[in-house]
Design a protein around this ligand. Sequence first.
Ligand SMILES: O=c1ccn([C@@H]2O[C@H](COP(=O)(O)OP(=O)(O)O[C@H]3O[C@H](CO)[C@H](O)[C@H](O)[C@H]3O)[C@@H](O)[C@H]2O)c(=O)[nH]1
Length: 316
Amino acid sequence: MKALVTGGAGFIGSHLVDGLMERGHEVRVLDDLSAGTLDNIKRWLDHERFEFIKGDMRDAELVKKAVKGVEVVFHLAANPEVRIGSQSPELLYETNVLITYNLLNAIKDSNVQYLVFTSSSTVYGDAEVIPTPEDYAPLEPISVYGGAKLAAEALISGYAHTFDFKALIFRLANIIGERSNHGVIYDFINKLKKNPNELEILGDGTQRKSYLHVSDTVEGMLHIFEHFKKSEKTVDFYNLGNDDWITVKEIAEIVSREMGLKPRFVFTGGVDGGRGWKGDVKFMRLSIEKAKATGWRPRLNSCEAVRRTVRELLKT
Ligand SMILES: O=c1ccn([C@@H]2O[C@H](COP(=O)(O)OP(=O)(O)O[C@H]3O[C@H](CO)[C@H](O)[C@H](O)[C@H]3O)[C@@H](O)[C@H]2O)c(=O)[nH]1
């Protein structure tokens, strides 16, 4: 199989590239290196089955060139920062919706048969049903980021049905692990390196979410993709997350313990009832029953994934 991975030099994307290359596929990466790095994919750069294109997907002509000759596109290129929504809504629109639109227009005139998209738990907003299943309604995102992901999902569905290709959409919980360069664990480690005596926690620390290690994520994506290829569905949706969840305060405790520190926790109090920022979903746990029915299981629970991630990030 020949695959294009957009955002393939980024955090989740580069782990997906590892998984595809290790399974013997031909892989082309399109990445603007704004958040990703060549270091993340350096083991493949000289490989005969591997190709790297540096470029920005806001350039529609470049995207057309990148999809040439591939059967499947894994679309992971995105700006993943929920917290920038109130300052930079246009950036979230461009880097989540506009680039997806450019990709879909390129796909409609190509031989691409499958599109796999990484959407987000944030499309559910403050869901009233937890664990939240894929058919939860109404979908009411509370962040610009969640809205942009939902808009991208909707465009993908419309294009897949109109232009006869199949689309698999993953709604990811909080994905963590080696090579992540943003998010709560990364932030806590950096804050503690600067000041080991005190740790600022955004919000009231009771934000509770489910965390999935990137190794379990990639295994789930590739396993469910094989399952999806055999199904009759044109478009399908799968949550990927964990059965348990963990608070931000518990994460702060794990990070401190792993670093051998006992800092004083200072809570900012946050906004809108203890959220870290405007649009921060306070309680998120996805139902993963549909994914598990395909035979996939997460190997690490949220706590284990957090601990493993702290160790991985401290090594680099
Ligand atoms: O210094 C910090 C940083 C974060 N937090 C808190 O930690 C939680 C997690 O925040 P992250 O920035 O790690 O992650 P988000 O929940 O905002 O979003 C992540 O998970 C989402 C899906 O669940 C999206 O996919 C998104 O791209 C990805 O970054 C939040 O409640 C936040 O308030 C803090 O208390 N202090």
